[in-house]
Design a protein around this ligand. Structure first.
Ligand SMILES: Cc1cc2nc3c(=O)[nH]c(=O)nc-3n(C[C@H](O)[C@H](O)[C@H](O)COP(=O)(O)OP(=O)(O)OC[C@H]3O[C@@H](n4cnc5c(N)ncnc54)[C@H](O)[C@@H]3O)c2cc1C
Length: 189
């Protein structure tokens, strides 16, 4: 198989990136170790920040999110009998939407066939090769058959423990971290 980009991992990051690339006319394939049912049964996050909602809107995949998501403008902290209101909308000008990660994954998964996004589920032994060259490739097994995908780029959306992180040579690996130490509640707030 030959395509432009191979994405490892069909979690929310991998599927969203796949849709964004397809929307820009870039051919790609997503390779996932688990089955669709397994991915959807993995309960995780439930709160979406505005940037994620905006991306789903841009892709035109936000119909269910808009209909079923709960917009939250803040939250309460309880101190004994006292409730302290943290007004996120007032403090940041932004809101969050309560909508399960599995729901967003389902929306992205369901839209894949109609948008021509190929997702290979149940891929075993996913390995990255020649990643520092102009012509990297990815190999895996699907239903017992060996598969090789020649690409221009490989994107690792396979989490901390997936094969992508380990495949990056230490000499070129860079890690970035954003530490939000600067958060302060306004006086009187
Ligand atoms: C219990 C829990 C609660 C959480 N709660 C929140 C929350 O409330 N709010 C919040 O913002 N975030 C929360 N998170 C974090 C959030 O779930 C992650 O940030 C999010 O899942 C990251 O998405 P992702 O697509 O990068 O990775 P993942 O969802 O982990 O997807 C990675 C994909 O890669 C696949 N993969 C792994 N190895 C391979 C391989 N060898 N070959 C092929 N595919 C592979 C996996 O099967 C998986 O489908 C929570 C996480 C957990 C575990």
């Amino acid at each position: 198989m030959k395509t432009q980009v191979a994405i490892i991992g069909a979690g929310p990051a991998g599927l969203l990136l796949g849709h964004l690339l397809k929307a820009e006319g870039i051919d790609c394939v997503v390779v996932e170790r688990q089955t669709p049912d397994y991915v959807l049964s993995r309960i995780r996050a439930g709160v979406l920040e505005q940037i994620t909602v905006g991306l789903m809107e841009r892709l035109g995949l936000d119909a269910r999110l808009k209909a079923e998501g709960l917009v939250e403008e803040g939250f309460n902290l309880a101190d004994g009998e006292r409730l302290i209101r943290i007004d996120v909308a007032d403090l940041t000008g932004k809101t969050v939407v309560v909508y399960g990660q599995t729901e967003i994954t389902k929306d992205l998964m369901d839209a894949a066939p109609e948008r021509g996004l190929q997702v290979i589920y149940g891929a075993g032994d996913v390995s990255l090769h020649d990643i520092e060259s102009e012509a990297p490739n990815l190999t895996c097994t699907v239903e017992g058959a060996d598969v090789r995908i020649d690409v221009r780029f490989i994107v690792g959306c396979d989490g901390f423990h997936g094969p992508s992180r380990k495949a990056i040579p230490a000499s070129v690996a860079r890690e970035y971290e954003r530490d939000c130490q600067d958060f302060r509640v306004r006086p009187g707030g």
